[in-house]
Design a binder for this molecule. Structure first.
Ligand code: PEP
Length: 260
């Protein structure tokens, strides 16, 4: 019965597949890539997002006009404006046509020292401006080996959602990304990915309620490819993927069309 309900919820949630281009593609290259991928990523069953470097947002937004592709940013600052040299505000993103923003990617946590508290401020600010956060969480290999994966991820989620209302939380996309699987070619097994995504959903249910847990979309990220996507996305609590390396290649079309 519980499993039947889970599958019903799973069907009700539209899958979301987002590419994370990271620090790749000049504006000229970005437009060429969009033009190459555009015909490959049509799938009405899926929300398709290209999260691109800040300098590529405007040309990419122009290049995707009239298609099903939405534009996302890879980062955002949590202040409105002012003396924050080098940072980009939610207003700037919104005005440039951004609908989604990746927040708390493990590379930003590691190289740019983003803490859970900073992540929380960014989530709140993005929501305030009507930009959907793609909130990243996930454990290191050491943490997995220590058996603390679920505790760690639960902690990240609890802090990231502080002061976020249930109605807001329903719109957030969570990306579970085991750090050891990012850019390594090492995909988590479907069981590992499903186990943590299910635990995240339970955690959301504890913070809010069943309805919020059932509504929120949870992606898996970590070396997803056209070959691994169908089995991963068939799991009860996995609602799509955040895709790095493969989002720069025609394989992204296969990932988006995982169900065809
Ligand atoms: C990512 O950058 O979020 C990611 C999952 O990368 P990759 O697909 O290359 O592992």
């Amino acid at each position: 019965m519980r499993r039947a309900l889970q599958m019903e919820d799973n069907m009700a949630r539209k899958k979301i597949i987002a590419g994370n281009w990271k620090m790749n593609m000049t504006p000229t290259e970005a437009v060429a890539l969009v033009n190459e991928l555009k015909p490959l990523v049509g799938n009405d069953d899926v929300d398709v997002v290209f999260c691109v470097p800040a300098i590529d947002i405007i040309p990419v937004a122009e290049a995707v006009k009239g298609t099903n592709i939405k534009v996302g940013a890879e980062n955002m600052y949590y202040e409105e404006k002012g003396a924050y040299t080098g940072e980009i505000s939610p207003n700037m993103l919104k005005d440039a046509g951004v609908a989604y923003v990746i927040i708390g990617h493990s590379e930003r946590r590691e190289y740019f020292k983003e803490t859970d508290e900073i992540v929380n401020k960014k989530v709140l600010k993005a929501l305030e401006h009507g930009i959907t956060p793609i909130l990243c969480c996930g454990e290191s290999l050491t943490q997995r080996e220590q058996g603390i994966t679920i505790d760690w991820v639960r902690q990240q989620i609890k802090i990231a959602f502080q002061n976020v209302t249930a109605d807001q939380a329903k719109t957030v996309v969570i990306a579970y990304e085991p750090i050891w699987a990012i850019g390594t070619g090492k995909v988590a097994t479907t069981e590992q990915a499903q186990e943590v995504c299910a635990a995240i959903r339970v955690c959301i249910g504890e913070i809010y309620d069943e309805a919020t847990a059932a509504a929120i979309r949870i992606q898996y990220g970590g070396s997803v490819s056209g070959a691994s996507a169908p089995e991963l996305f068939a799991q009860a609590d996995i609602d799509g993927g955040l895709v790095g390396g493969a989002s720069l290649k025609p394989d992204f079309g296969k990932i988006v069309n995982y169900n065809k």
